[in-house]
Design a protein around this ligand. Structure first.
Ligand code: CTP
Length: 446
């Protein structure tokens, strides 16, 4: 008996998949089909698969061609499967030509011609259309965003606007963006969605303008610096039936979500304290702008997000101490203390002070340690009194991580889901409220 195996995502099952399975089946007597988990797809850069794993498995099952369906969860699994199931032939489409030659040590490897003119990517784009995206701002973060957007299918950055026209034109030329504008109104007429990467004090006006035109908004953090403004924007987004999402990259990364889930699962008992630090040494620049610059407005979103996700929003006190050195218009270092009924959070941010950027949370049974940079969560440990019980968790955080927030934004628009459970409207409103309170009531040290 000859056993054949093949693998794929099989999203929006199409005739290319059908033909591949038929030909793979014909190579032997028994066909095993591996279907990828969404987590595995994410780690290999496929960020916007439309269907769930059960839906994709069901589509493969319905062909009647698979004798057995297995789940592909991790890199390197193929070698184990081939040995475990006694596979004779590994078959895969010709788009992978040469990539699986390393399996020749274990079985025969056959590349089957790919069916022309159809792919899941194409179907995903056809069903929802390409999302035409415009960028407001042409600075550092906008540059990173364009680069990252290439990893998210179904999204095309079509235009950029900067009040400095020359800068917009140079940015567009460098990143092969079709149009550069000098006014936001012109840009809003051309796109379905905008990414706001302009100075903080412009966010509210730009977001409001876009939402009024029924344009989806992905806005850099902090969305706004007051609770009232955040509430108004989310109400407007709801009324206009469009998506408003704050671009807090950490919130959308797998490692951070798993860390929160593990911590809240009771594994370390009740969480009694959270300590998180985020510092970024910056000597000058917009971070120092009077009025809206400073370590809280620039950086506090990340540690506040961790506190919100780990301890909730029912804190009873928020106290802040900020260092504002002589001759400086902003806080260069701040500590925010949040008091909860049975826990406390100590959050530190610094633009002019450097410290280890780690996160620690203490529980009644154990603790979680996330080494720096905890906001790009790739690794964490769950530790106990008995060091033999330490558990270690590893995740990938690709590139600058902006691809995760963009993929989520595109998914919310496509699936017409009002908000992301990873960062709800309520979370962003809470973040704005906490930042507002921290800035307004800080005890100032000189
Ligand atoms: N396949 C094929 N012909 C196509 C599309 C896919 O033969 N037109 C094959 C692939 O080579 C692979 C299997 O089908 O062996 C599963 O591929 P998968 O990656 O799930 O499908 P794609 O349509 O290529 O998906 P995507 O566009 O998301 O990469």
């Amino acid at each position: 008996m000859t056993t054949v195996i093949t693998y794929g995502t099989f999203d929006l099952f199409h005739r290319g998949h059908q033909r591949l399975l038929e030909r793979a089946r014909a190579l032997g007597d028994r066909l095993l089909v591996g279907v990828t988990t969404s987590n595995y797809d994410e780690t290999r850069g496929k960020l916007n698969v439309s269907q769930t794993l059960p839906e994709r498995v069901e589509a493969v099952r319905q062909t009647g061609l698979a004798d057995e369906i297995i789940i592909e969860e991790y890199e390197g699994q193929k070698i184990n499967d081939i040995q475990q199931y006694g596979v004779d032939i590994f078959a895969i489409g010709s788009d992978w030509l040469g990539k699986f030659d390393y399996l020749k040590d274990y079985c025969e490897v056959i590349y089957l011609d790919r069916t022309q003119g159809v792919s899941s990517t194409q179907l995903r784009n056809d069903s929802s259309g390409i999302l035409r995206l415009g960028i407001i701002g042409a600075g550092r973060i906008a540059t990173r965003f364009v680069t990252e957007s290439k990893y998210v299918s179904g999204v095309n950055v079509e235009a950029v606007v900067s009040l400095h026209g020359e800068r917009a034109r140079a940015f567009a030329a460098k990143h092969e963006i079709q149009t550069a504008y000098e006014t936001v109104d012109e840009l809003l007429d051309q796109v379905d969605a905008v990414y706001i990467a302009a100075p903080h004090d412009t966010h509210y006006a730009y977001a409001e303008k876009a939402l009024r035109k029924k344009i989806h908004v992905l806005c850099e953090k902090p969305l706004v610096l007051s609770k009232a403004e955040a509430e108004t924007l989310f109400e407007l987004a709801r009324a206009q039936d469009v998506i408003l999402l704050e671009a807090v990259k950490t919130a959308f990364s797998t490692g951070f979500q798993r860390m929160i889930a593990v911590a809240r699962s009771g594994s370390i008992g009740k969480i009694r304290s959270v300590d998180a630090t985020f510092t970024k040494l910056v000597a000058s620049g917009r971070e120092y702008d009077e009025g809206h610059g400073g370590s809280i407005s620039e950086l506090a979103t990340y540690p506040l997000l961790a506190a919100l996700k780990l301890l909730g929003d029912d804190y009873t006190r928020l106290d802040t101490v900020s260092l504002v050195p002589d001759g400086c218009a902003i806080d260069t270092f701040s500590q925010i203390n949040l008091l909860y009924p049975e826990a406390l959070a100590t959050l530190r941010v610094g633009l002019g002070v450097k410290a280890e950027g780690d996160l620690m949370m203490a529980g009644t049974k154990g603790y979680v340690y996330v080494p720096a940079p905890w906001w790009l969560t790739e690794y964490f440990e769950v530790r106990f009194e008995d060091p033999h019980k330490t558990q270690k968790y590893f995740y990938k955080f690709e590139g600058d991580g902006l691809r995760y927030e963009l993929a989520e934004f595109a998914r919310l628009i496509k699936d017409k889901v009002g908000e992301s459970y990873k960062l709800r409207a309520r979370d962003s409103i809470n973040l704005a409220a906490m930042i507002e309170a921290a800035r307004a009531n800080a005890t100032i040290l000189k």
